[in-house]
Ligand binder design. Structure first.
Ligand code: PLP
Length: 357
């Protein structure tokens, strides 16, 4: 079966098989990784290898810390303003869909939030162009959501924000393609899409942005706490960290993020082409802003939605129901989704249209 869930999502089968092989006795240690002390030499070696592999995959330059945290991307919605708001007069946020709206609502609790651009009047069907961004001279930082998981809208460019730190919620796009980390102040992502299982949050933070949290900031929400302790101030999500490490090794074996990007681009192009070729299916997003990872689509007759989902499930095509806020369908096609799965989905969609169109 192929699971098109937006997250938690499919993990690469070789990763799951390896985790199964190592489940009862990791490398002769006599322990499952979930049983290990996070400060023991076995887990420390797993943690260090995972970080080294992630740094290699993303070509993370010197001067950035990589943190392995808990709390999900949603906790970063608060942690970012708590740590950065003090650097300027409020912050600029780009509003492109459901997740950036949540980030904005949370940031407002900690300081002034200006909307640098919004596509709400277009019902979040596109990314704003660079010349639409109205950035304030005194901004502490600029926040955006490169890939809106629910609306299926992805920025085709990195916003130019001058000297201001650029903060990106990459929950549903990190590791889908190479990125220029040096353009960012902070990148964060919940792991449960392209990285590993739920419970782990990756934060890549430029070192000069660490250490300016407001005085009331809880210890656990201060980047400095985690940067100074190698993400071991308290017990980290050890098993999720280990599984993420296996995913990083799988990506390296595959040829890294350029190789992954080629496959992802092909998968997305095939699915959008199938949708565009039909009057039975539709995707509302402007072609230049379409997500490689999350492909929402509607059926011409919503009365057929339940039938579509039931028949897809019977074919082993699982969790295609769209987010409750937008309805319709959504196919999340993260790294672990094989190309043949996308082809199977397209074949099913065409056959369903032939019988019901
Ligand atoms: N941001 C984006 C873009 C997401 O897709 C999600 C979850 O789907 C979140 C934030 C929230 O992540 P979490 O559940 O890890 O807090």
């Amino acid at each position: 079966a192929y699971n098109f869930s937006a997250g938690p999502a499919m993990l690469p089968e070789p990763v799951l098989r390896r985790a199964m092989d190592e489940m009862l006795d990791w490398h002769g240690s006599g322990m499952c990784v979930a049983e290990m002390s996070h400060r023991g030499k076995e887990f420390m070696s797993i943690a260090e290898q995972a970080e080294a592999d992630l740094r290699e995959l993303l070509a993370i330059p010197d001067g950035y810390k990589v943190l392995f945290l808990q709390g999900g991307a949603s906790t970063q919605f608060a942690m970012v303003p708590l740590n950065l708001m003090g650097r300027g007069e409020g912050a600029d946020y780009i509003k492109t869909g459901s997740w950036s709206k949540k980030a904005i609502a949370e940031a407002k609790r900690f300081g002034a939030v200006r909307i640098a651009a919004t596509t709400e009047e277009d019902r979040f069907t596109r990314a704003p162009a660079q010349d639409e961004l109205a950035l304030d001279a005194g901004s502490a930082y600029v926040h955006y959501t490169p890939n809106e998981t629910i609306e299926g809208v992805e920025f085709p460019y990195i916003p130019d924000v001058g000297e201001r730190p650029l903060v990106a919620d990459m929950s549903s796009t990190l590791l889908s393609r190479p990125i220029d980390v040096a353009r960012y102040g902070i990148i964060y992502a919940g792991a449960q899409k392209n990285i590993g299982p739920a419970g782990l949050t990756i934060v890549i933070v430029r070192e000069d942005l660490i250490g300016a949290a407001t005085e009331q900031t809880p210890t656990m929400l201060d980047y400095r706490t985690h940067a100074e302790s190698g993400s071991m101030y308290n017990t980290p999500p050890t098993y999720a960290w280990y599984l993420a490490g296996l995913v990083f090794q799988w990506l390296k074996d595959l040829g890294g993020l350029s190789a992954m990007a080629t496959i992802n681009e092909r998968k997305a192009a095939a699915l959008y082409a199938a949708i565009d070729a039909s009057d039975f299916y539709a995707n509302p997003v402007e072609p230049g802003s379409r997500s490689w990872m999350n492909v929402p689509f509607t059926l011409a007759d919503p009365e057929l939605d339940a039938k579509f989902l039931a028949e897809a499930k019977a074919e082993g095509l699982l969790t295609l129901k769209g987010h409750r806020s937008v309805g319709g369908m959504r196919a999340s096609i993260y790294n672990a989704m094989p190309e043949e799965a996308v082809q199977a989905l397209i074949a099913f969609m065409q056959e369903f249209e032939r019988r019901n169109g």
